[in-house]
Design a protein around this ligand. Structure first.
Ligand code: MN
Ligand code: MN
Length: 405
């Protein structure tokens, strides 16, 4: 009852207001009600205009779906730093955790593995990545801007910044509880194995292993080293008689044509169909030009974790039960949309808006509102939302992804 009355009152207000009040009177009443005379974190407020002054369509209580690497603790060590947004800081982010990392030229994220799968996008600079595949064969590659990599669970790997200025990248893990503080480090494991066991294991003298026990008690994690030599030299020195791995753990998204392109932007979809190694994480790299909108849509199969690379945008997530909430996103921010919830992302700035949509799945999957209403009997749509056939006919039918198409 109460809910119905609220709905009716709201509709009545919206319909009746222009007839009973002048535009000036409405504006001044709104100004008075929305005035803000208390303390304010001005930088946060200015970065979030749609939070401070929500669109009138926002309604009800919704879980937080905004976070930012820019407010995350940086673990700084000689050779670089890391920061993370996991379910600890971002409770809605159950399926995915994100890490942002910088390595200097020569700086090493030490040899390690973990229980989560790791997907990465190189943001800036160059790095050398190493791994071994499930048959123990060597993988060594150099990656640059807009290149990706994927390491499955338990696959040991390393990352090292190259000349001239190392690298910065974002890492995406298929578990919100993942933490960089809980990975199996080479130096940490060996340091905590009895020396006589390690000597027996490798068939070497115990005295030769003394340096292993001089490693810091928590392992090295990130540390400075000289810039490595040529790639071919490292590949040759590492591979031995088994040769290099046939598995491509890296993917040159920089050389990929857009999956969808319109006059307002482009989308590149990378999942197990075109990047077979990436069996458990799917991605869409999205560019929305000024004035453009990543159309109203939803994903049938997985939660969406977003990372904002450039520009300004806003997203409204519709949480069902008349709950809708809008948040603003800037470079370095993280967003999250639970699976199947409807949402859009609009460019609110004057430069290209670039962001990642990440999914814990081997397939990128989506449907759009336009697609739905244009592939359903038209009378049915008219009966629901009242729009006529001429309006329906104007709606895009081919899911352009970024509109105006
Ligand atoms: Mn890793
Ligand atoms: Mn989406």
């Amino acid at each position: 009852m109460t809910k119905n009355r609220e709905k009716t009152n709201r509709r009545n207000f919206l319909a009746a207001a222009p007839a009973t009040l002048t535009a000036v009177a409405i504006a001044s009443a709104q100004d008075r009600s929305a005035s803000d005379i208390g303390p304010e974190n001005k930088l946060m407020k200015d970065a979030s205009p749609n939070v401070f002054q929500p669109p009138p369509t926002d309604h009800g209580e919704a879980p937080g779906f905004w976070n930012s690497f820019s407010v995350a603790h940086r673990r700084i060590q000689d050779g670089g730093w890391s920061r993370q947004v996991t379910v600890e800081e971002f409770p809605i982010s159950k399926d995915i955790a994100g890490v942002n990392m910088r390595l200097t030229a020569g700086g090493i994220r030490e040899l390690h593995w973990h229980a989560a799968a790791e997907w990465a996008l190189m943001l800036s600079g160059k790095a050398r990545i190493t791994a071994i595949d499930n048959d123990g064969r060597t993988f060594v590659q150099d990656v640059g801007p807009d290149d990706l990599w994927f390491f499955p669970t338990g696959t040991p790997h390393s990352i090292q910044g190259l000349a001239p200025d190392g690298a910065e990248f974002v890492l995406v893990f298929d578990d919100g509880k993942f933490s960089e503080g809980n990975t199996t480090l080479l130096s940490d494991w060996t340091r905590h194995t009895p020396p006589e066991v390690l000597a027996k294991n490798w068939g070497v003298k115990e005295t030769a292993l003394e340096p292993v026990y001089h490693v810091p008690p928590n392992g090295r994690y990130i540390f400075q080293a000289p810039v490595p030599g040529p790639l071919e030299q490292d590949q040759h020195a590492a591979s031995g008689p088994a040769g290099l791995s046939p598995v491509a753990f890296h993917f040159a998204m920089s050389k990929m044509a857009p999956t969808k392109r319109s006059k307002s932007g482009e989308v590149r979809v990378v999942d197990a169909r075109n990047f077979p190694a990436s069996a458990g994480i799917a991605a869409a790299h999205v560019i929305v030009k000024p004035g453009g909108l990543r159309e109203l849509h939803w994903h049938q199969n997985a939660d969406e974790w977003q990372y904002y690379i450039q520009g300004k945008g806003r997203m409204t997530v519709f949480f069902n039960g008349s709950k809708a909430r809008t948040a603003d996103f800037n470079a370095g921010d993280v967003g999250y949309v639970p699976r199947t919830l409807g949402h859009y992302v609009e460019n609110t700035g004057d430069t290209d808006l670039i962001f990642l949509e990440m999914f814990k799945s081997d397939r990128f999957q989506e449907l759009s509102l336009s697609e739905w209403v244009t592939h359903t009997p038209p009378e049915l749509i008219t009966q629901h939302v009242g729009i006529g056939k001429d309006v329906l006919d104007a709606i895009p039918k081919g899911r352009p992804e970024i509109v105006p198409a």
